[in-house]
Every structure is written in C-alpha cells, then in structure tokens.
Write a protein that binds this ligand. Structure first.
Ligand code: GLC
Ligand code: CA
Length: 520
C-alpha cells in the first residue's frame, strides 16, 4: 500500500461539486461563469463546505459539456479568463475553501490542435500523442475507434464519445505483432505524460489545490489489472511530491484499492461498476426510500472489501450525486432526503454534495440533450437561488438558459429553504456542523458496521477515532424497526424523526428516523 501523504485539509474536507455552466450567470448570457461562482462562495461556506470540485472549465467545443478539451491551458471564454479563474482560487482561499479542477487526462476533443496535427499523414511532434493503428482497415481490438477522418492511414482509439480520441500513454504489455502498440516507456507516451505534468503544474502554480481526475483508471491500454496505470500515477505523484507536495488528487476510478496504490488521496464510489452504490439511492427499491424494501447488504459487503483492501484508510468518497447520474431527489423525497444526507455525512472519506442536492433540486424530465448530456441533462439544470427571474440564476431571456429549469411552481430554492428552519438546506447545514465538531465522524475516522441484514432495516455502524465513538443508526423506512444493541448511549448528538430507545440490549427506531449517538 502506498504511503501517500494526506494534506491536512483533507481530514475534514467537505466538497461541493459545481457544474460551472449551471451555477450562477453573472453577465446575463444564460451560462454560468467564474464571476458567478465567486459571488456564491459565501453561500458555499455558509452551507459548511470547505472545498470545491469544479467540472471542466477549459476551452472546448462542448460536445461533452467540456470533457472534450481543446486547450488545457485556457479557460473557456464563456466562463471567463485565466485571470478570473485565478481570482476564483484567491477568493476561495480567503474563505478557507480549497478548489479542485477537473483534469481530463485520458482524451481530448478532436478539435484539439494536437489531434489536428496527429491526423496529418506526415510525421510530426503529435503523431504519437494519440493511439493510432497503422492502417485504416485495422481497428484496435477491444476499443472503439475513429476512422476515415484523416489523411493519416489508421484508426484512432477513442475513450468515450467518438469525438474524444484517447491520449497515448502506451500499452501495459504491447502485442509485439502490432507495431502501433507502444510501450509506456516509448517516446510518444513519455511525451504525453510530460505534457500532462505541465498542465498540472500550470494550474497548480496559478493556485488550484489539485484535481479530480476524469476516468483516471483508463490511461494505459491493455491494462486489465490496472498495473500500468497505477505505475503511471505513481510517477505523477512522485513528480507532485517534488514540486507541489500539497496537491490533492481524487480519482474517478471506482476501485480504491488500485487508485490509492497509484497515489490518489481518495477515490469515488461510482454509479457504475461493482460498488452497489445504486442500491442505496438509485434503483427500483433504494435502501433510503421510505418503502422499506431496499437492501444495503451488498453495498456494505463491497464497501468493507474495499475498505480492507485500502488498509482501513477508508478514503472512499460517496457522492450525493454528480453530473452523470440522476438527481437524488428523483428517487427520494421529503424526510428520506434528510436521512440519506445523515448517512452521506457520517461516512468516511470526503463527502461530495452535488450543487442543488442540498435543497433537493429535482431531475428535470423530458429534456432535449444539451452538449452531450443525453439522459444526464436533467441533472444539470441551472441552480435555483430565489424567486426572481430564472430563479436568480441568470437575467437572460428564459429560452437562452443553458438548460431549461424545473418549471414547477413549487421548485425548491435556496431563498425559500433558508427561511424555513425545517428545510433540507438547514438539515444539511446542521449535519455538516455536527460532523465537523466530531473527528470520529470525519474523513479518516474508522468505520465498523454493526447491523446490516439482507432486506432489513435499520443500518447501523460505529465511527471512531481515538477514544471517541459515534453510533449511527438509520431507518429510512416508513415502519419502526429494531436491532440488538449493547452500546451504552452517552449523548445523542444528532437525531431526526422521533425518539430512539436503547434499553435491555435492543435499539428501537421509529419510522423515518436517524440518530448519531456518542457511545462509551
Ligand atoms: C467522466 C465524466 C463524464 C464524461 C466522461 C468522458 O465519466 O464524469 O461526464 O462524459 O468522463 O470524459
Ligand atoms: Ca455568463
């Protein structure tokens, strides 16, 4: 297990994910921007978040909402200038907020000048920046490819959409019968790696605090066990340790045993892959729904496996949602959202709150895809701030907004929820305050599950650090339940939804309730 040093601020980091185009529009063009974000930093701080992950904000033709970068060194003009972004870092830092940018390390847009050069038949500096077969009739086995678009004779590997050609970091074990498969140590892959380091240095020197790395596990090809990709990231970590030791790396990988080995500080549990994350919030019968027909046991089993594989580091982030998955409020409503947050904010690893989830923003149904969003578009609608025009997001005419907003009369807004002491906003704020007052509940505190049964409620676990132990019991179902519990409650530090009773070795939980209890 790698001994990656954790910058201190990660111990109690609580992230707020900002989708820049949908957060706050300062100049009335219908698209969010840096100055808009700066104007809302106090809001983020007041909520209790002390870190931001911002989705890609670089020059791009926006075929995948910015995950198709055309210049890694230039902020997208629609968001502002590099100077504005630098000011965003400075203003965030003044408020004790750290900022991670989104590093799309695995691919670029087809409009990137490297790719345009790489498509040329004549050999040049960028010929090997991407992965091309050496004949257009040969497709790269196991990978999607782009063909027939260049004078260069070959098919080019793509990572995601067809307009996202894969950067060349080499193959873990190149097939010697396929000359075009380069090894990680070849010149082309080494040049790509050097350029990636330049990009990181560029933004770190401007004041960003690190990166959320897009598809971090995908860089080296034919690398089933991730060994090559782990090695690549270890190389990058060593470079950062020598130059920007405080730089934080969080991966979109979904396999914490691999990513943490590669030097990442934390990894996400994802809505795809083997994590069973969806069992909790996003399936037909989510565990956190009031119907009480869910099952958290497979999730816990996977979580514990990962936890053990990462040496009890537990640096696994469970997001409330993100720009790729359905809004939490699509499957959970009312008290269940509060109970879900009481879970999210009492788990190890840094919590990530997707903008608007703190007010229960809804998934906007039946939208036409925007910028490659497709089914994800409904989770990317503009933030709802108040009761003014366009919910305070933008002064642009309604039809100019980046994505149409939730049109319901009762759509949640920050303003309304701040006025209502019983709102989700206030519950989330309170949960954050309590988490931050109890190290056992924070990112590095240990976890031990004490009650989890197939298709049964509640879910209970103990978080601990040093002498402090906090028992968490969550019953999102609409019926009362109980479990054998020998713990001696000292103080209820948070409770929602009725009185919990622990006596004679049994804990009784009312319907729709959750509690965080200090135990001896
Ligand atoms: C990641 C991003 C997603 C993007 C994809 C390709 O999964 O979160 O939004 O489309 O990578 O870059
Ligand atoms: Ca704008």
């Amino acid at each position: 297990m790698s001994g990656t040093r954790q910058p201190k601020w990660l111990d109690d980091a609580i992230f707020y994910e900002i989708y820049p185009q949908s957060f706050c529009d300062s100049n009335g063009d219908g698209i969010g921007d840096f100055n808009g974000i700066i104007s809302k930093l106090d809001y983020i701080k007041e909520l209790g978040c002390n870190a931001i992950w911002m989705n890609p904000c670089f020059e791009s033709p926006f075929g995948d909402a910015g995950y198709d970068v055309s210049d890694f060194y230039q902020a997208a003009p629609r968001y502002g200038t590099n100077e504005d972004l630098k000011r965003l870092f400075e203003e965030a830092h003044k408020r004790g907020i750290h900022v991670l940018l989104d590093l799309v390390a695995g691919h670029t847009s087809t409009k990137h000048k490297w790719f345009i050069e790489s498509m040329k038949a004549e050999k040049n500096e960028y010929t090997d920046r991407y992965i091309w077969t050496d004949c257009v009739w040969e497709e790269p086995e196991g990978y999607a490819s782009l063909r027939g678009i260049s004078d260069r004779d070959g098919s080019c590997v793509v990572n995601f959409f067809s307009h996202q050609p894969a950067l060349n970091y080499g193959f873990y074990k190149p097939d010697s019968s396929k000359k075009w498969q380069q090894s990680m140590d070849d010149e082309g892959p080494q040049a790509t790696l050097a350029e990636l380091k330049n990009i990181m240095s560029f933004w770190l020197s401007m004041g960003c605090d690190g990166f959320r790395v897009d598809m971090a596990g995908s860089l080296v090809k034919l690398d089933e066990d991730g060994k090559g990709t782990i090695k690549l990231w270890q190389n990058i970590r060593a470079f950062l340790d020598a130059t920007y030791p405080e730089a934080v790396l969080i991966s979109e990988w979904g396999e914490p045993d691999k990513s943490l080995e590669g030097g990442f500080h934390m990894d996400f549990l994802l809505h795809f892959g083997p994590s069973h994350y969806n069992d909790l919030f996003r399936c037909e019968e989510p565990f956190f729904s009031n119907r009480g027909k869910g099952d958290a046991s497979a999730f816990v089993q996977k979580y514990v496996e990962n936890y053990q594989k990462t040496n009890g580091k537990g640096l696994i982030c469970i997001p409330s949602g993100n720009h790729d998955m359905d809004r939490l409020a699509r499957s959970l409503q009312g008290d269940n959202l509060k109970i879900a947050f009481a879970f999210l904010l009492s788990m190890p690893g840094a919590p990530f709150i997707y903008y608007g989830d703190e007010i229960g923003m809804r998934f906007v149904e039946n939208l036409t895809s925007v910028e490659g969003g497709y089914s994800r578009t409904g989770s990317r609608s503009p933030m709802q701030w108040d009761s003014s025009t366009n919910a305070g997001f933008s002064s642009a005419p309604k039809d100019k907004l980046y994505i149409p907003q939730d049109a319901s009369a009762d759509r949640p807004t920050v303003e309304a929820q701040q006025k209502d002491p019983k709102s989700l906003y206030h519950e989330v704020q309170k949960l954050i305050q309590i988490r931050q007052a109890h190290p056992a509940l924070q990112n590095k505190g240990k976890i031990e599950f004490v009650y989890v049964k197939e298709h049964a409620y509640p879910l209970a676990y103990v978080r601990s650090v040093g002498d402090e132990r906090v028992l968490v019991i969550a019953n999102p179902s609409d019926h009362a339940c109980s479990f054998p519990c020998e713990f001696l409650p000292q103080e209820i530090i948070y409770a929602f939804g009725g009185e919990i009773q622990i006596a004679n070795g049994i804990a009784n939980m009312p319907a729709l309730s959750v509690a965080w209890i200090s135990i001896g």
